[in-house]
Write a protein that binds this ligand. Structure first.
Ligand code: ADP
Length: 453
C-alpha cells in the first residue's frame, strides 16, 4: 500500500513515439539508481517499464510517465512509476502481455485515478539505501532535471552490457550447479561404497554365524552319540560282569560252608575278603546297570497311586537294621494325609532308601530324619541329617557320576547313588536338591507333583 507521495514527482516525461521507449527505459534506470535501488533491481524496473511503454504506445498512442518516491506507511520507501495513457485504454483495462513482466517489479496494476485508468508499478528501495529526506529528494529532482537523456544507441549499448552481465551470471550459476552435481555424485558413490561394504560385512558375519551353528549341531550330535555309546558300554559291561561276580560270591560262600572241607583260619579270612570284595563289586555293577538304564531312557516308570505311609513304613523297618551307630537315631515321620502320590513305588523307594543310607553313612552323632509335606500341589520329601555336610562348592558336583567328597571315601560307596537318584526323580517329574551346612548336616529334598508327572 502506498502512502502519501514524498513531495512532487521526481521526474515527468512524455511517451509518444518509438524513440521515447528507449528514453523511458534509460530515465527509469537513472531514477532507480538515484533513489538507491540495487543494480539488478534497476535493470528489472527499467525492463518492466520499457515493456509496458511499448504496449501502451501500441494500445493507446502513448502515455505521460511520472516517477514518484512513494513513502510506505510502514517499512522502506519505494519508487513508483505511473503511466497515464493519452487515450483511454480499450475496455478501460490493462493486462501486461507476459506475466513475467509483472514479476520484475513488486507491484504492477491498472488503477483508477480521477476517472482515468493509469498503469502503475513500484519497486521497494532496500532498507540499507541512503535515507531519503525531503532535502535529498529535492536534490534528486534537481539532478534529474539537469541530466539530458542519451540517444537510443547509448541505451542499446547499455542494454547489451546488461545482457552480457546477466549471461555471465547465468553461466556462473550453471558452473556452480555442475560442481554441486559432481559433489552430489561423489557423495552418492561414497554412500553406495559404504552400503556395499556394510552388506558384505553383514553377509560375512551371517556366514560365520551359520557355520558356527552347523558346528554346534555337529558337536551336540557327537555328544549325543558319545553319551549313548557310554550308556550302551556301561550296560553291556555290567551285564557281562554280573554273572561271574555272582559266581565268585557263590563259590566263596561254598568254600566257607561248614559242609565243605575245613579251611585254615587264614584261608577262611582270605575267602571272607574275596566274598566281601565280590559283594562290593556286585553292588557297583548293579548301580552301573541301573544308571545306564536310566540314562538310555529304558527305565519306564510304573505309574500307580503310591501310598506314602506304606513306603515310609517299609523304609523305617529295613533301615533300622542298618542303624548300628549308638549315637545316631533314625526318625521316619508319618506323612500327613492324604498320603498318596502318583508315582512309581519301587523307584521312589529306591531313591529315598539311597538318601537315608547316605545320611546314616555320613552322620556320626545326632539323627537322620525323613518327613513329607504337601505344599502348593507338590510333595516335599526331605531326608535331613546332622552329619558332616557338604561344602558349598561341591553341592552340585556330588550329583556327577563317580564324584565323592574327598575324605568321605573311607566309608565306602561308588559315587553313583546320587546321579542315579536325581535322574530317577526327573523321570518321575520332580527335582532333587541339597541344602547343607558343613559340620552341621545336610538336607536332601525330593519334590514331586502330587498328581504325577
Ligand atoms: P556314594 O554314597 O556311593 O559315595 P553318592 O552318589 O550317593 O555315592 O554320594 C556321592 C558323595 O556325596 C558321597 O561320596 C559323599 O561324599 C557325598 N554325600 C552324599 N550324601 C551325603 C550326606 N548325607 N552327607 C554328607 N555327604 C554326602
Amino acid at each position: 500500500m502506498t502512502g502519501p507521495a514524498g513531495g512532487p514527482p521526481l521526474l515527468r516525461m512524455r511517451l509518444r513515439v518509438e524513440h521515447d521507449i528507449f528514453v523511458v527505459r534509460q530515465r527509469g534506470r537513472e531514477v532507480a539508481a538515484a533513489i538507491g535501488l540495487e543494480h539488478q533491481d534497476q535493470v528489472r524496473l527499467a525492463t518492466a517499464l520499457s515493456e509496458v511503454a511499448r504496449e501502451l504506445l501500441r494500445l493507446c498512442g502513448g502515455a505521460d510517465v511520472t516517477f514518484t518516491a512513494a513513502l510506505q506507511t510502514q517499512g522502506p520507501v519505494s519508487l513508483r512509476v505511473d503511466l497515464a495513457p493519452v487515450r483511454p485504454l480499450p475496455d478501460g483495462r490493462y493486462e501486461p502481455q507476459s506475466g513475467a513482466v509483472a514479476r520484475l517489479v513488486d507491484m504492477l496494476s491498472a488503477v483508477d485515478r480521477d476517472g482515468d485508468t493509469v498503469v502503475t508499478m513500484s519497486r521497494r528501495v532496500p532498507a540499507n539505501a541512503q535515507a531519503l529526506t525531503p532535502e535529498r529528494l529535492a536534490e534528486l529532482r534537481a539532478e534529474l532535471g539537469r541530466t539530458a537523456p542519451g540517444s537510443a544507441l547509448d541505451e542499446l549499448a547499455l542494454q547489451n552490457q546488461q545482457l552480457i552481465a546477466a549471461l555471465d551470471e547465468v553461466r556462473e550459476q550453471r558452473d556452480e550447479l555442475a560442481v554441486l552435481n559432481e559433489e552430489l555424485q561423489e557423495t552418492n558413490r561414497g554412500v553406495m561404497a559404504l552400503y556395499n561394504q556394510l552388506s558384505e560385512e553383514l553377509e560375512e558375519t551371517n556366514r560365520g554365524v551359520v557355520a558356527l551353528y552347523a558346528e554346534l549341531d555337529e558337536k551336540s550330535a557327537q555328544l549325543r552319540t558319545a553319551s549313548e555309546s557310554k550308556s550302551r558300554f556301561l550296560a553291556n559291561v555290567s551285564h557281562e560282569l554280573r554273572a561271574p561276580v555272582t559266581a565268585i560270591i557263590g563259590l566263596s560262600r561254598l568254600l566257607a560252608d561248614s559242609a565243605s572241607d575245613p579251611l585254615t583260619a587264614e584261608q577262611a579270612r582270605q575267602v571272607g575278603l574275596i566274598r566281601d570284595s565280590a559283594t562290593d563289586l556286585l553292588a557297583l555293577v548293579n548301580e552301573l546297570l541301573d544308571l545306564a538304564k536310566a540314562e538310555s531312557g529304558r527305565l519306564e516308570p510304573n505309574w500307580v497311586e503310591v501310598d506314602l505311609r506304606a513306603v515310609f513304613g517299609q523304609l523305617r523297618g529295613t533301615l533300622r537294621a542298618l542303624t548300628t551307630k549308638p549315637g545316631v537315631e533314625l526318625v521316619v515321620e508319618e506323612p500327613p494325609p492324604p498320603a498318596t502320590v502318583r508315582s512309581d513305588e519301587v523307584l521312589l523307594a529306591q531313591v529315598l532308601r539311597n538318601l537315608l543310607h547316605n545320611g546314616l553313612k555320613f552322620t556320626e552323632r545326632g539323627e537322620v530324619r525323613m518327613r513329607a509335606e504337601l505344599r502348593d500341589g507338590r510333595w516335599w520329601l526331605s531326608v535331613s541329617d546332622t552329619g558332616v555336610g557338604v561344602p558349598p562348592e561341591l553341592r552340585e558336583r556330588i550329583f556327577e557320576e563317580f564324584y565323592q567328597v574327598p575324605g568321605s571315601t573311607r566309608v565306602g560307596g561308588t559315587g553313583l547313588g546320587l546321579p542315579y537318584a536325581r535322574r530317577v526323580v526327573h523321570l518321575l517329574g520332580g527335582t532333587l536338591e541339597l541344602a547343607s551346612e558343613p559340620g552341621r548336616g545336610s538336607t536332601f529334598t525330593v519334590t514331586l507333583p502330587a498328581g504325577g508327572a
